[in-house]
Design a protein around this ligand. Sequence first.
Ligand SMILES: NC(=O)c1ccc[n+]([C@@H]2O[C@H](COP(=O)([O-])OP(=O)(O)OC[C@H]3O[C@@H](n4cnc5c(N)ncnc54)[C@H](OP(=O)(O)O)[C@@H]3O)[C@@H](O)[C@H]2O)c1
Length: 307
Amino acid sequence: MSSHNWSTSDIPDLSGKTIIITGANSGLGLEATKAFAVKNAKVIMACRTVSKGELAKAQIIETYPAADITVVRLDLSDLTSVHSFSTKMKQSQTRLDVLLNNAGIMMVPYGQTVDGFEKQIGTNHLGHFALTGLLLELLKKTPGSRVVNVSSMAHKSGVMDFNNLLYDNGKDYSPMKAYGRSKLCNLLFTYELQRYFEANKIDCKALAAHPGFSDTNLFVHMATKWIIGLFKPLLSLIIQPASMGTLPELRASVDPNAKGGEFYGPDGRQELKGYPVVVQPKRTALDKESARKLREISEKLTDIKYT
Ligand SMILES: NC(=O)c1ccc[n+]([C@@H]2O[C@H](COP(=O)([O-])OP(=O)(O)OC[C@H]3O[C@@H](n4cnc5c(N)ncnc54)[C@H](OP(=O)(O)O)[C@@H]3O)[C@@H](O)[C@H]2O)c1
């Protein structure tokens, strides 16, 4: 096995490639935007708040004036917004090399998306499921395209319950349980999508990645954020900078040797930090029957069919 530490210097030249990144204005998505723009990709920052995206873009342009970046509004917690974003993409773009489904929220109190879905599963899974389905046309047109879903080690605590997938009316809800389930959904969806591409002989790959434990804005909504503040000095021993945390999703997106169905994460102890390598999900994430059911329910809820 090679002991080479894969890093941004391994990213090939991306001239002529178009990459969409969700949640591109902050944390891992922002680091990914920089890394791809520097390698000459056309990057579309899909952000729920355009002003935040424009600010992030301006900062990148200051350092890399040649960066080709466009900010477009996308709110994954609102299917109307997902439709409108996808329509804009289909009208303005002729190809889509990488769809990096990176955006996410974590451990928020019970709430619902505009369409009435529990917020974490609605945003982290259903929003991306709908987006990917609507962008299939562009992905299919682009030889060797990829979809990369960003999961988490928290998928290991996730449990599927198809009788109450969305914690209806808050029944049995806990912020951690719902986050874990949403991240398990990201993996089930990835493997199901890869099977869909293979069965239909579509030249597109589905991969997943997780960033270990990375210093981003993700923790700001946690009820326990005071604990994070209290233990910050201790946490700094295990937490890695966002620029390292983004490496698994970068590798899954552009390493020419990466294969469909692979899951990338950090190589350090308990996958908390380190350089990106292929890692293994928990066994239930590979369950085909759960993945099939999730696809069926997701198609029904979003009214978007993978044909
Ligand atoms: N950081 C970690 O240690 C860690 C660990 C495991 C997994 N992850 C995963 O990594 C991914 C990136 O998170 P991060 O750590 O970089 O956190 P972050 O800094 O909070 O970034 C999350 C991004 O998602 C966007 N977003 C949230 N809700 C959205 C919506 N409804 N529509 C569109 N965009 C939305 C946020 O936009 P706003 O700026 O407008 O809020 C932000 O740009 C997430 O999927 C997360 O689950 C992170």
